[in-house]
Design a protein around this ligand. Structure first.
Ligand SMILES: Cc1cc2nc3c(=O)[nH]c(=O)nc-3n(C[C@H](O)[C@H](O)[C@H](O)COP(=O)(O)OP(=O)(O)OC[C@H]3O[C@@H](n4cnc5c(N)ncnc54)[C@H](O)[C@@H]3O)c2cc1C
Length: 379
Protein backbone atom coordinates (compact mmCIF):
# COMPACT_ATOMS: atom_id res chain seq x y z
CA UNK A 1 0.00 0.00 0.00
CA UNK A 2 1.23 3.50 -0.69
CA UNK A 3 2.78 5.26 2.32
CA UNK A 4 1.48 8.61 0.91
CA UNK A 5 -1.84 10.15 1.89
CA UNK A 6 -3.33 9.46 -1.56
CA UNK A 7 -7.10 9.24 -1.33
CA UNK A 8 -8.72 6.42 -3.27
CA UNK A 9 -12.21 6.92 -4.55
CA UNK A 10 -13.15 3.49 -3.23
CA UNK A 11 -11.44 0.93 -0.99
CA UNK A 12 -13.01 -2.53 -1.09
CA UNK A 13 -12.47 -4.93 1.79
CA UNK A 14 -12.54 -8.53 0.57
CA UNK A 15 -11.97 -9.90 -2.91
CA UNK A 16 -14.61 -12.59 -3.30
CA UNK A 17 -17.36 -12.31 -5.90
CA UNK A 18 -18.92 -9.15 -4.44
CA UNK A 19 -15.63 -7.28 -3.93
CA UNK A 20 -14.13 -8.23 -7.28
CA UNK A 21 -17.32 -7.40 -9.21
CA UNK A 22 -17.56 -3.96 -7.59
CA UNK A 23 -13.84 -3.34 -8.21
CA UNK A 24 -14.14 -4.07 -11.93
CA UNK A 25 -17.39 -2.12 -12.30
CA UNK A 26 -15.99 1.00 -10.61
CA UNK A 27 -12.65 0.80 -12.40
CA UNK A 28 -14.47 0.55 -15.73
CA UNK A 29 -15.85 4.00 -14.84
CA UNK A 30 -12.26 5.13 -14.24
CA UNK A 31 -12.37 5.54 -10.47
CA UNK A 32 -9.27 4.89 -8.37
CA UNK A 33 -10.02 1.60 -6.63
CA UNK A 34 -8.04 -0.39 -4.06
CA UNK A 35 -9.10 -3.91 -3.14
CA UNK A 36 -7.68 -5.56 -0.02
CA UNK A 37 -7.94 -9.36 0.12
CA UNK A 38 -6.42 -11.54 2.82
CA UNK A 39 -5.79 -14.61 0.64
CA UNK A 40 -3.77 -15.25 -2.47
CA UNK A 41 -5.49 -16.10 -5.80
CA UNK A 42 -6.40 -18.67 -7.00
CA UNK A 43 -7.92 -20.47 -4.04
CA UNK A 44 -10.61 -23.11 -3.52
CA UNK A 45 -13.58 -22.03 -1.40
CA UNK A 46 -16.32 -23.99 0.36
CA UNK A 47 -19.26 -23.39 -1.97
CA UNK A 48 -21.77 -25.45 -3.99
CA UNK A 49 -20.53 -23.65 -7.14
CA UNK A 50 -23.93 -23.60 -8.85
CA UNK A 51 -24.77 -20.05 -10.02
CA UNK A 52 -28.08 -18.83 -11.33
CA UNK A 53 -28.08 -17.56 -14.92
CA UNK A 54 -29.39 -14.19 -13.68
CA UNK A 55 -25.73 -13.01 -13.40
CA UNK A 56 -24.81 -13.68 -17.05
CA UNK A 57 -25.57 -10.22 -18.57
CA UNK A 58 -23.61 -8.52 -15.77
CA UNK A 59 -20.65 -10.91 -15.99
CA UNK A 60 -20.59 -10.15 -19.69
CA UNK A 61 -20.32 -6.42 -18.85
CA UNK A 62 -17.53 -7.18 -16.36
CA UNK A 63 -15.71 -9.04 -19.14
CA UNK A 64 -15.90 -12.63 -17.92
CA UNK A 65 -17.20 -15.41 -20.17
CA UNK A 66 -17.84 -18.35 -17.86
CA UNK A 67 -18.49 -20.84 -20.66
CA UNK A 68 -15.11 -19.95 -22.14
CA UNK A 69 -13.70 -20.95 -18.73
CA UNK A 70 -15.41 -24.34 -18.98
CA UNK A 71 -18.61 -23.73 -16.97
CA UNK A 72 -21.34 -26.37 -17.35
CA UNK A 73 -24.82 -25.29 -18.42
CA UNK A 74 -27.31 -26.60 -15.83
CA UNK A 75 -31.03 -26.88 -16.62
CA UNK A 76 -32.34 -29.70 -14.41
CA UNK A 77 -32.93 -30.13 -10.69
CA UNK A 78 -33.35 -33.16 -8.45
CA UNK A 79 -34.24 -33.27 -4.77
CA UNK A 80 -34.27 -36.32 -2.52
CA UNK A 81 -35.39 -36.84 1.06
CA UNK A 82 -33.39 -38.61 3.76
CA UNK A 83 -35.78 -41.54 3.12
CA UNK A 84 -34.78 -41.65 -0.55
CA UNK A 85 -37.89 -40.14 -2.16
CA UNK A 86 -36.72 -38.41 -5.35
CA UNK A 87 -38.42 -35.51 -7.17
CA UNK A 88 -37.28 -33.98 -10.45
CA UNK A 89 -37.90 -30.60 -12.04
CA UNK A 90 -36.58 -28.22 -14.64
CA UNK A 91 -34.87 -25.05 -13.38
CA UNK A 92 -36.98 -22.03 -14.37
CA UNK A 93 -34.03 -19.81 -15.37
CA UNK A 94 -31.23 -22.35 -15.20
CA UNK A 95 -27.68 -21.79 -14.10
CA UNK A 96 -24.12 -22.94 -14.53
CA UNK A 97 -21.43 -24.79 -12.62
CA UNK A 98 -17.97 -23.29 -12.22
CA UNK A 99 -15.43 -23.55 -9.41
CA UNK A 100 -14.71 -20.53 -7.24
CA UNK A 101 -11.03 -21.26 -7.92
CA UNK A 102 -11.58 -20.42 -11.57
CA UNK A 103 -14.31 -17.78 -11.34
CA UNK A 104 -12.77 -15.62 -8.58
CA UNK A 105 -9.36 -15.89 -10.24
CA UNK A 106 -10.70 -14.77 -13.58
CA UNK A 107 -12.40 -11.73 -11.98
CA UNK A 108 -9.17 -11.00 -10.08
CA UNK A 109 -7.15 -11.05 -13.32
CA UNK A 110 -9.71 -8.76 -14.97
CA UNK A 111 -9.52 -6.32 -12.03
CA UNK A 112 -5.70 -6.23 -12.19
CA UNK A 113 -5.74 -5.79 -15.98
CA UNK A 114 -8.03 -2.76 -15.60
CA UNK A 115 -5.76 -1.15 -12.98
CA UNK A 116 -7.43 -1.96 -9.66
CA UNK A 117 -4.77 -1.79 -6.93
CA UNK A 118 -4.96 -5.22 -5.29
CA UNK A 119 -3.26 -5.64 -1.92
CA UNK A 120 -2.88 -8.90 -0.01
CA UNK A 121 -3.50 -8.08 3.65
CA UNK A 122 -6.19 -8.29 6.34
CA UNK A 123 -8.21 -5.19 7.17
CA UNK A 124 -8.35 -4.81 10.93
CA UNK A 125 -10.13 -1.48 11.36
CA UNK A 126 -12.00 1.24 9.49
CA UNK A 127 -12.48 4.73 10.90
CA UNK A 128 -14.77 7.38 9.41
CA UNK A 129 -14.20 11.09 10.07
CA UNK A 130 -14.35 14.37 8.12
CA UNK A 131 -16.34 12.65 5.38
CA UNK A 132 -13.58 10.14 4.56
CA UNK A 133 -12.31 6.74 5.69
CA UNK A 134 -9.04 5.49 7.09
CA UNK A 135 -8.44 1.77 6.66
CA UNK A 136 -5.89 -0.11 8.78
CA UNK A 137 -4.46 -3.53 8.13
CA UNK A 138 -2.72 -6.33 9.98
CA UNK A 139 0.61 -5.45 8.34
CA UNK A 140 0.22 -1.91 9.68
CA UNK A 141 -0.57 -0.42 6.32
CA UNK A 142 -3.04 2.45 5.98
CA UNK A 143 -5.21 3.73 3.14
CA UNK A 144 -7.68 6.58 2.80
CA UNK A 145 -10.79 6.72 0.67
CA UNK A 146 -14.04 8.53 -0.02
CA UNK A 147 -16.06 5.29 0.03
CA UNK A 148 -15.55 1.89 1.63
CA UNK A 149 -17.29 -1.27 0.44
CA UNK A 150 -17.36 -4.13 2.95
CA UNK A 151 -17.30 -7.35 0.91
CA UNK A 152 -15.47 -9.56 3.34
CA UNK A 153 -17.93 -12.43 3.44
CA UNK A 154 -20.10 -14.04 6.05
CA UNK A 155 -17.99 -13.50 9.17
CA UNK A 156 -14.76 -11.70 9.97
CA UNK A 157 -12.92 -10.33 12.98
CA UNK A 158 -13.76 -6.97 11.43
CA UNK A 159 -17.41 -7.61 12.37
CA UNK A 160 -16.29 -7.79 16.00
CA UNK A 161 -14.36 -4.54 15.63
CA UNK A 162 -17.40 -2.88 14.03
CA UNK A 163 -19.51 -4.26 16.89
CA UNK A 164 -22.11 -5.76 14.53
CA UNK A 165 -25.09 -7.34 16.26
CA UNK A 166 -25.17 -10.73 14.48
CA UNK A 167 -21.60 -11.58 15.53
CA UNK A 168 -22.75 -12.11 19.14
CA UNK A 169 -25.05 -15.01 18.11
CA UNK A 170 -24.01 -18.64 17.76
CA UNK A 171 -23.41 -20.00 14.26
CA UNK A 172 -24.38 -23.66 14.38
CA UNK A 173 -23.43 -25.00 10.94
CA UNK A 174 -20.51 -26.90 9.46
CA UNK A 175 -19.90 -27.14 5.70
CA UNK A 176 -17.67 -29.52 3.75
CA UNK A 177 -16.69 -29.39 0.10
CA UNK A 178 -14.70 -31.59 -2.20
CA UNK A 179 -14.23 -32.18 -5.92
CA UNK A 180 -14.45 -35.69 -7.32
CA UNK A 181 -14.33 -37.30 -10.76
CA UNK A 182 -16.77 -39.83 -12.15
CA UNK A 183 -20.15 -40.11 -13.82
CA UNK A 184 -22.69 -37.35 -13.22
CA UNK A 185 -24.95 -35.53 -15.73
CA UNK A 186 -23.52 -32.13 -16.78
CA UNK A 187 -26.91 -30.41 -16.89
CA UNK A 188 -28.11 -31.39 -13.39
CA UNK A 189 -27.89 -29.91 -9.92
CA UNK A 190 -29.06 -32.26 -7.16
CA UNK A 191 -29.84 -31.60 -3.51
CA UNK A 192 -29.88 -34.78 -1.48
CA UNK A 193 -31.04 -34.56 2.14
CA UNK A 194 -29.70 -36.57 5.04
CA UNK A 195 -30.52 -36.37 8.73
CA UNK A 196 -29.30 -32.95 9.94
CA UNK A 197 -28.28 -31.54 6.55
CA UNK A 198 -28.13 -31.77 2.79
CA UNK A 199 -25.52 -32.24 0.08
CA UNK A 200 -25.45 -30.40 -3.25
CA UNK A 201 -24.04 -32.16 -6.30
CA UNK A 202 -23.26 -30.57 -9.68
CA UNK A 203 -20.55 -30.49 -12.26
CA UNK A 204 -17.98 -27.71 -12.73
CA UNK A 205 -15.24 -27.18 -15.32
CA UNK A 206 -12.56 -29.79 -16.01
CA UNK A 207 -15.08 -32.64 -15.63
CA UNK A 208 -15.07 -32.30 -11.86
CA UNK A 209 -18.11 -32.91 -9.69
CA UNK A 210 -18.63 -30.59 -6.74
CA UNK A 211 -19.89 -32.32 -3.58
CA UNK A 212 -20.74 -29.78 -0.91
CA UNK A 213 -22.69 -30.54 2.24
CA UNK A 214 -23.86 -28.49 5.16
CA UNK A 215 -24.88 -29.96 8.49
CA UNK A 216 -25.78 -28.98 12.00
CA UNK A 217 -22.60 -28.90 14.06
CA UNK A 218 -24.50 -30.76 16.80
CA UNK A 219 -25.34 -33.66 14.44
CA UNK A 220 -21.69 -33.92 13.46
CA UNK A 221 -20.25 -33.82 17.00
CA UNK A 222 -21.31 -37.44 17.70
CA UNK A 223 -18.82 -38.80 15.15
CA UNK A 224 -15.06 -39.04 15.29
CA UNK A 225 -14.36 -37.71 11.79
CA UNK A 226 -15.84 -36.85 8.38
CA UNK A 227 -15.40 -40.43 7.17
CA UNK A 228 -17.47 -41.87 10.01
CA UNK A 229 -20.12 -39.12 9.59
CA UNK A 230 -20.37 -39.87 5.88
CA UNK A 231 -20.65 -43.63 6.41
CA UNK A 232 -23.17 -43.48 9.25
CA UNK A 233 -25.32 -40.47 8.34
CA UNK A 234 -24.85 -39.28 4.77
CA UNK A 235 -24.86 -42.73 3.18
CA UNK A 236 -28.36 -43.43 4.53
CA UNK A 237 -29.34 -41.38 1.51
CA UNK A 238 -28.72 -43.98 -1.18
CA UNK A 239 -28.25 -41.38 -3.96
CA UNK A 240 -25.38 -39.87 -1.97
CA UNK A 241 -23.95 -43.27 -1.09
CA UNK A 242 -23.85 -44.16 -4.76
CA UNK A 243 -22.24 -40.82 -5.80
CA UNK A 244 -19.60 -40.88 -3.03
CA UNK A 245 -18.75 -44.54 -3.63
CA UNK A 246 -18.61 -44.43 -7.43
CA UNK A 247 -16.36 -41.35 -7.76
CA UNK A 248 -12.71 -40.57 -7.04
CA UNK A 249 -11.60 -37.60 -4.94
CA UNK A 250 -9.57 -34.87 -6.62
CA UNK A 251 -8.74 -33.07 -3.36
CA UNK A 252 -6.41 -34.80 -0.92
CA UNK A 253 -8.67 -33.75 1.94
CA UNK A 254 -12.04 -31.99 1.78
CA UNK A 255 -12.27 -28.30 2.72
CA UNK A 256 -14.32 -27.48 5.81
CA UNK A 257 -15.72 -24.31 7.36
CA UNK A 258 -17.81 -23.65 10.44
CA UNK A 259 -19.17 -20.42 11.90
CA UNK A 260 -21.89 -20.13 9.26
CA UNK A 261 -24.93 -18.14 10.32
CA UNK A 262 -27.92 -16.75 8.48
CA UNK A 263 -28.84 -14.03 10.97
CA UNK A 264 -29.96 -10.75 9.48
CA UNK A 265 -27.41 -7.97 9.11
CA UNK A 266 -27.49 -4.35 8.04
CA UNK A 267 -26.36 -3.35 4.52
CA UNK A 268 -24.83 -0.16 5.98
CA UNK A 269 -22.51 -0.20 8.96
CA UNK A 270 -20.62 2.89 10.15
CA UNK A 271 -21.00 4.41 6.64
CA UNK A 272 -19.53 1.29 5.01
CA UNK A 273 -21.67 -0.09 2.16
CA UNK A 274 -21.86 -3.83 2.79
CA UNK A 275 -22.09 -6.18 -0.22
CA UNK A 276 -22.51 -9.94 -0.61
CA UNK A 277 -22.52 -12.09 2.50
CA UNK A 278 -21.29 -9.12 4.59
CA UNK A 279 -24.72 -7.57 4.04
CA UNK A 280 -26.80 -10.73 4.47
CA UNK A 281 -26.60 -14.41 3.63
CA UNK A 282 -29.28 -16.57 2.06
CA UNK A 283 -29.27 -20.28 2.98
CA UNK A 284 -27.06 -22.18 0.48
CA UNK A 285 -29.99 -24.55 -0.10
CA UNK A 286 -31.45 -21.78 -2.31
CA UNK A 287 -28.35 -21.67 -4.53
CA UNK A 288 -28.54 -17.89 -4.82
CA UNK A 289 -25.81 -16.47 -2.54
CA UNK A 290 -23.32 -15.90 -5.34
CA UNK A 291 -25.90 -14.11 -7.50
CA UNK A 292 -26.87 -11.95 -4.52
CA UNK A 293 -23.21 -11.10 -3.91
CA UNK A 294 -22.71 -10.08 -7.54
CA UNK A 295 -26.04 -8.21 -7.74
CA UNK A 296 -25.37 -6.26 -4.53
CA UNK A 297 -21.99 -5.20 -5.98
CA UNK A 298 -23.79 -3.97 -9.09
CA UNK A 299 -26.36 -2.01 -7.05
CA UNK A 300 -23.68 -0.44 -4.83
CA UNK A 301 -21.41 0.41 -7.78
CA UNK A 302 -24.19 2.13 -9.76
CA UNK A 303 -25.06 4.30 -6.75
CA UNK A 304 -21.42 5.06 -5.88
CA UNK A 305 -20.83 6.19 -9.48
CA UNK A 306 -23.79 8.59 -9.20
CA UNK A 307 -22.53 9.83 -5.83
CA UNK A 308 -18.95 10.41 -7.01
CA UNK A 309 -20.34 12.20 -10.11
CA UNK A 310 -22.43 14.30 -7.70
CA UNK A 311 -25.71 13.05 -9.09
CA UNK A 312 -26.55 11.93 -5.54
CA UNK A 313 -26.35 15.03 -3.38
CA UNK A 314 -25.10 13.64 -0.06
CA UNK A 315 -23.63 10.60 1.67
CA UNK A 316 -26.83 10.35 3.68
CA UNK A 317 -28.83 10.02 0.46
CA UNK A 318 -26.34 7.49 -0.95
CA UNK A 319 -26.70 5.31 2.15
CA UNK A 320 -30.49 5.64 2.18
CA UNK A 321 -30.71 4.76 -1.53
CA UNK A 322 -28.45 1.72 -1.08
CA UNK A 323 -30.43 0.44 1.89
CA UNK A 324 -33.71 0.80 0.00
CA UNK A 325 -32.35 -0.80 -3.18
CA UNK A 326 -30.77 -3.66 -1.18
CA UNK A 327 -34.04 -4.36 0.65
CA UNK A 328 -36.07 -4.18 -2.57
CA UNK A 329 -33.72 -6.63 -4.25
CA UNK A 330 -33.19 -9.16 -1.47
CA UNK A 331 -35.62 -8.94 1.50
CA UNK A 332 -38.25 -11.17 -0.03
CA UNK A 333 -35.83 -13.90 -1.23
CA UNK A 334 -34.07 -13.89 2.15
CA UNK A 335 -37.43 -14.39 3.93
CA UNK A 336 -38.46 -17.24 1.65
CA UNK A 337 -34.96 -18.71 1.95
CA UNK A 338 -35.32 -18.70 5.76
CA UNK A 339 -38.67 -20.51 5.54
CA UNK A 340 -37.32 -23.12 3.09
CA UNK A 341 -34.24 -23.65 5.29
CA UNK A 342 -36.27 -24.08 8.48
CA UNK A 343 -38.51 -26.66 6.78
CA UNK A 344 -35.45 -28.59 5.61
CA UNK A 345 -33.79 -28.33 9.02
CA UNK A 346 -36.56 -30.49 10.44
CA UNK A 347 -36.24 -34.02 9.02
CA UNK A 348 -39.89 -34.94 9.39
CA UNK A 349 -41.05 -31.69 7.76
CA UNK A 350 -38.45 -32.06 5.00
CA UNK A 351 -39.59 -35.62 4.20
CA UNK A 352 -43.23 -34.52 4.25
CA UNK A 353 -42.54 -31.52 1.99
CA UNK A 354 -40.64 -33.64 -0.52
CA UNK A 355 -43.64 -36.02 -0.53
CA UNK A 356 -45.91 -33.07 -1.38
CA UNK A 357 -43.51 -31.84 -4.09
CA UNK A 358 -43.55 -35.33 -5.61
CA UNK A 359 -47.35 -35.08 -5.93
CA UNK A 360 -47.30 -31.47 -7.19
CA UNK A 361 -43.91 -31.06 -8.94
CA UNK A 362 -44.95 -27.73 -10.50
CA UNK A 363 -44.44 -26.20 -7.01
CA UNK A 364 -40.64 -26.63 -7.35
CA UNK A 365 -39.99 -24.06 -10.13
CA UNK A 366 -42.44 -21.70 -8.38
CA UNK A 367 -40.43 -21.89 -5.12
CA UNK A 368 -37.09 -21.59 -6.95
CA UNK A 369 -38.32 -18.46 -8.78
CA UNK A 370 -39.16 -16.82 -5.46
CA UNK A 371 -35.64 -17.33 -4.09
CA UNK A 372 -33.97 -15.99 -7.26
CA UNK A 373 -33.81 -12.63 -9.02
CA UNK A 374 -34.27 -11.50 -12.61
CA UNK A 375 -31.43 -11.24 -15.18
CA UNK A 376 -29.09 -8.43 -14.12
CA UNK A 377 -29.40 -5.87 -16.86
CA UNK A 378 -26.62 -3.32 -17.18
CA UNK A 379 -27.34 0.45 -17.10
C1 LIG B 1 -21.69 -24.52 2.15
C2 LIG B 1 -22.05 -23.42 1.23
C3 LIG B 1 -22.50 -23.72 -0.05
C4 LIG B 1 -22.87 -22.69 -0.91
N1 LIG B 1 -23.31 -23.00 -2.18
C5 LIG B 1 -23.72 -22.01 -3.00
C6 LIG B 1 -24.18 -22.32 -4.32
O1 LIG B 1 -24.16 -23.45 -4.79
N2 LIG B 1 -24.63 -21.28 -5.08
C7 LIG B 1 -24.63 -19.99 -4.64
O2 LIG B 1 -25.06 -19.10 -5.40
N3 LIG B 1 -24.17 -19.67 -3.41
C8 LIG B 1 -23.71 -20.64 -2.59
N4 LIG B 1 -23.22 -20.34 -1.35
C9 LIG B 1 -23.14 -18.92 -0.96
C10 LIG B 1 -21.92 -18.25 -1.59
O3 LIG B 1 -20.76 -19.01 -1.39
C11 LIG B 1 -21.74 -16.86 -0.97
O4 LIG B 1 -22.97 -16.20 -0.92
C12 LIG B 1 -20.72 -16.04 -1.76
O5 LIG B 1 -19.46 -16.63 -1.70
C13 LIG B 1 -20.64 -14.62 -1.22
O6 LIG B 1 -19.62 -13.93 -1.87
P1 LIG B 1 -18.88 -12.72 -1.13
O7 LIG B 1 -18.06 -12.04 -2.14
O8 LIG B 1 -19.90 -11.93 -0.37
O9 LIG B 1 -18.00 -13.40 -0.01
P2 LIG B 1 -16.74 -14.36 -0.15
O10 LIG B 1 -16.74 -15.09 -1.42
O11 LIG B 1 -16.71 -15.14 1.12
O12 LIG B 1 -15.50 -13.35 -0.17
C14 LIG B 1 -15.10 -12.62 0.94
C15 LIG B 1 -13.60 -12.39 0.84
O13 LIG B 1 -13.20 -11.48 1.85
C16 LIG B 1 -11.92 -11.89 2.35
N5 LIG B 1 -11.79 -11.32 3.70
C17 LIG B 1 -12.48 -11.65 4.80
N6 LIG B 1 -12.14 -10.86 5.83
C18 LIG B 1 -11.21 -9.99 5.34
C19 LIG B 1 -10.48 -8.92 5.91
N7 LIG B 1 -10.67 -8.55 7.20
N8 LIG B 1 -9.58 -8.26 5.14
C20 LIG B 1 -9.40 -8.62 3.84
N9 LIG B 1 -10.08 -9.63 3.24
C21 LIG B 1 -10.98 -10.29 3.99
C22 LIG B 1 -11.98 -13.40 2.30
O14 LIG B 1 -10.68 -13.97 2.23
C23 LIG B 1 -12.79 -13.66 1.05
O15 LIG B 1 -11.99 -13.89 -0.09
C24 LIG B 1 -22.80 -21.34 -0.48
C25 LIG B 1 -22.32 -21.05 0.80
C26 LIG B 1 -21.95 -22.07 1.66
C27 LIG B 1 -21.43 -21.73 3.01
Amino acid sequence: MEPSKAIYDVVIIGGGLAGLSAAIHLRKHEFEVMLIEKNEYPKHKVCGEYISNEVLPYLDFLGVDVFHLGAKNITKFELSSSKNTLVKSILPMGGFGISRYTLDNSLFKKAKELGVVVVQDVVTNVEFSNDSFEIETKLNQRANSKIVIGAYGKRSSLDVKLNRNFIKNKSPYLAVKTHVKGQFPEDLVALHNFEGGYCGVSKVEDDRINLCYITDLEAFKNFKDLEEFQQKVIFKNLFLKSIFESTNPVFETPLTISQISFDSKSPIEKHILMCGDSAGMIHPLCGNGMSMAIRSAQIASDLIIDYLHMKIASRELLEKSYKTAWNNAFSSRLKIGHVVASVFRNNRLADMSIGILKTIPSLIPAIIKRTHGRPMLVK
